[in-house]
Ligand binder design. Structure first.
Ligand SMILES: Cc1cc2nc3c(=O)[nH]c(=O)nc-3n(C[C@H](O)[C@H](O)[C@H](O)COP(=O)(O)O)c2cc1C
Length: 173
């Protein structure tokens, strides 16, 4: 299957990136095609709420920035992995901008191929995930009706055991 990772951490060797790397290696070894976007290295603006996409745009966003690369991937991806550090009790601003821009591509309905979602979060302290969980449950499981492939967290440095849990999920896809 085709899997798209949106990595919202600016730290390419950080905990979030270790989680996405563990996932990617195991998913690829299992025969899946994985594309990872580091949204912090991309030029992705916030949604303008102009509604062009739901009118004249016919599903296309009026803003022509690096989000176009993600839109084209979303057309036929089967699974979305949303990965982020926790910043001020939520996902990073860079990932939030990309998710808000789903408005043109995934609202009111996601592409047919998109069926699964997982979330990886890295925080400094424990129990910091309520905000991200609310969005994951409400927007991705509830509203879009995607199948839950797991909500993986680490507080402090990610452990080998935590990475193994992610690897096991990727192998089971
Ligand atoms: C701007 C900023 C805000 C943060 N806010 C929180 C927070 O609210 N709660 C928390 O537990 N950790 C917070 N942290 C710590 C990061 O979540 C933590 O260092 C995490 O491991 C970073 O992920 P990374 O290694 O993938 O960069 C914050 C860090 C930064 C830079």
């Amino acid at each position: 299957m085709k899997i798209t990772i949106l990595n919202g951490s600016p730290r390419l060797q950080g905990n979030t990136s270790k989680m996405t790397a563990a996932f990617r290696e195991s998913a690829e070894a299992a025969g899946h095609t994985v594309t990872e976007f580091n949204v912090c290295r991309m030029n992705i603006k916030g949604c303008l709420a102009c509604e062009y996409c739901h009118g004249k745009g016919g599903g296309a966003c009026i803003q022509k920035d690096d989000m176009q690369q993600i839109y084209s991937e979303l057309q036929d991806t089967d699974m979305l992995v949303l990965a982020s550090p926790i910043y001020y009790h939520g996902i990073s601003g860079q990932l939030k901008c990309a998710i808000d821009r789903f408005y043109s591509a995934l609202y009111p309905k996601a592409p047919e191929s998109l069926r699964y979602v997982a979330m990886f979060l890295a925080s400094g302290d424990k129990d910091q995930y309520t905000g991200a969980r609310f969005s994951f449950d409400g927007d991705f499981l509830g509203y879009l009706g995607l199948e839950d492939k797991g909500f993986y967290t680490c507080a402090g440095s990610v452990t080998d055991e935590q990475l193994d849990e992610i690897r096991a999920m990727a192998q089971s896809l």
